[in-house]
Design a protein around this ligand. Structure first.
Ligand SMILES: Cc1cc2nc3c(=O)[nH]c(=O)nc-3n(C[C@H](O)[C@H](O)[C@H](O)COP(=O)(O)OP(=O)(O)OC[C@H]3O[C@@H](n4cnc5c(N)ncnc54)[C@H](O)[C@@H]3O)c2cc1C
Length: 449
């Protein structure tokens, strides 16, 4: 069993592009699941798309997440896109001709107290509105999902056709499908900035050359705020660190994804389990925390019991990072090819303890790999997907918070339609960046992860 199955996604040899295209119909900044899915949907229509990734495809959030593909528990604003995304996931392997590890193995949020149970039950209203097969389960039905561990819980919210996929496989496979469909995917290719003519986007400047284009999508994940800021566009975004572990193959009655405040766990395609703490996430205070504090207050209140807040080096590193740069000199995106936080050893110890206590049959299973990822989040924990009115030709798709892996293919389809002016099929008005500046109440509905 290799100890770098997952981390190999962001630790191989980086291949810069042999050449940089002179022009493209659309340029995408960022090779996470959102960028590659959009590229795939565009390239299939014969659109000349160039995608620039400063590091590895799926080297940041998209290769490091838990792999949950779920509609259950989501903010109602995300539900239509997630329903479409789940539809795409079901046939994705067939459609792209490569395995992505998708299994509709179900999603369970079990409750330890009556209060938790009552709170979970409220999501049934959303499920009913969208005709989802979500239900409350207990007793034998609960035991059928988790075995004897069921005795710890009173019952739970369950959606049988939610699922999981393998993050180290999915976005790279979609990226390769985009290439086969004609997209130009470039790794080790940071975008430094945008050129304009008469106020419209006219080109994208990369470290390897300039690509003429009238349309740019910023799908830069945790870097979107910095990139947009360099163009004078304020985009409120903060980062939290999630620590994740994977076990060796092991026997357990556990069938699907299970999440409560102590544990987030799902079976892996290789017979092991991907495990995380149900709620513990780290936030290191940075200048962005102070800058956007007011907008993030509602989210902070909701997460206050989960957040481990610290102050230290990250503050000064971000402070030192240039906010603007000349386009013919190295940008911060080249200076940090991969945002690669260390897993938190204290969180890892809690993961180990909670795993043993929740699923005793896994108490002695070996943890074969651990990693961390920076989840980037918007103030209401829902994505930002829109055109930027102050810069015609510039579009944004970011802020997916802890939900963007599952949403990725559905988002890619909707974003491709937004970029080409086609029928998007779902209403994107709830995802405008302007909602954070026009006095709309900022109301996070769900948790960051
Ligand atoms: C620990 C953890 C657990 C999670 N669990 C889940 C889960 O179970 N289910 C779920 O649905 N979601 C989950 N998420 C969230 C999900 O991973 C993200 O929402 C999703 O991957 C975001 O995809 P993205 O393409 O927007 O961003 P990313 O994957 O971050 O990709 C953005 C890319 O842009 C590149 N980039 C940035 N700036 C530039 C530039 N200037 N030039 C070129 N390239 C640039 C970066 O290198 C990066 O590769 C989790 C995230 C983490 C970290």
């Amino acid at each position: 069993m290799t100890a770098d199955l997952v981390s190999a996604t962001w630790s191989g040899i980086l291949e810069p592009p042999a050449t940089c295209p002179e022009a493209a119909d659309i340029v995408i900044i960022g090779g996470g699941i959102v960028g590659v899915s959009t590229a795939w949907f565009l390239a299939r229509q014969g659109i000349r798309v160039a995608l620039c990734e400063k590091g590895f495809i799926a080297g940041e959030q998209s290769g490091r997440n838990w792999g949950w593909v779920r509609v259950q528990g989501r903010d109602p604003r995300e539900v239509p896109m997630m329903i479409e995304s789940l539809r795409i996931w079901r046939t994705l392997a067939e459609d792209i001709g490569e395995d992505v590890g998708f299994i509709p193995g179900g999603c369970l949020y079990p409750a330890r107290t009556q209060q938790e149970l009552a709170s979970l039950e409220t999501w049934q209203d959303v499920a009913q509105e969208y005709n989802l097969p979500t239900c409350m389960i207990s007793g034998d039905d609960l035991a059928a999902q988790v075995g004897t561990a069921a005795s710890q819980w009173l019952g739970g919210l369950y959606t049988h056709n939610d699922g999981r996929a393998e993050p180290h496989k999915a976005a790279p496979a979609i990226g390769r499908a985009a290439v086969r469909a004609g997209a130009n995917l470039m790794t080790a290719c940071a975008v430094r900035g945008i050129e304009t003519e008469a106020g419209n986007v006219s080109a994208v400047v990369t470290e390897h050359g300039t690509i003429k284009t009238s349309t740019v999508l910023c799908a830069a994940g945790a870097w979107s705020s910095l990139f947009c800021g360099s163009l004078g566009i304020s985009l409120p975004q903060l980062k939290v660190r999630g620590t994740v572990a994977r076990t060796a193959p092991a026997k357990s009655a556990l069938r699907g994804n299970v999440f409560d405040h102590r544990i987030g766990i799902r079976p892996r395609q290789d017979g092991g389990f991907t495990v995380a703490h149900g709620t513990l996430i780290d936030h290191s205070i940075t200048p962005a925390t102070l800058r956007y504090a007011r907008k993030f207050l509602p989210a902070l209140k909701g997460e206050i019991r989960s957040l481990r807040i610290s102050f230290g080096k990250d503050f000064f590193d971000e402070l030192k990072m240039p906010k603007r740069w000349l386009l013919d000199t190295e940008s911060p995106f080249e200076a940090m090819r991969v945002l690669n936080p260390e897993p938190n050893p204290k969180v890892l110890a809690s993961i180990r303890k909670n795993l043993a206590e929740t699923f005793p049959e896994l108490a002695n299973v070996e943890i074969v790999e651990a990693w961390a990822g920076m989840v980037e989040t918007s103030p209401d924990v829902v994505p930002i997907i829109c055109a930027e009115d102050t810069l015609p030709g510039f579009f944004i798709a970011t802020g997916f918070s802890g939900h963007g892996f599952g949403l990725g293919p559905g988002a890619g389809k909707a974003i491709a339609a937004m970029l080409t002016g086609d029928d998007v099929g779902i209403d994107l008005s709830a995802f405008k960046l302007s909602r954070f500046f026009d006095g709309s109440p900022i109301r996070p509905y769900s948790l960051v992860v």
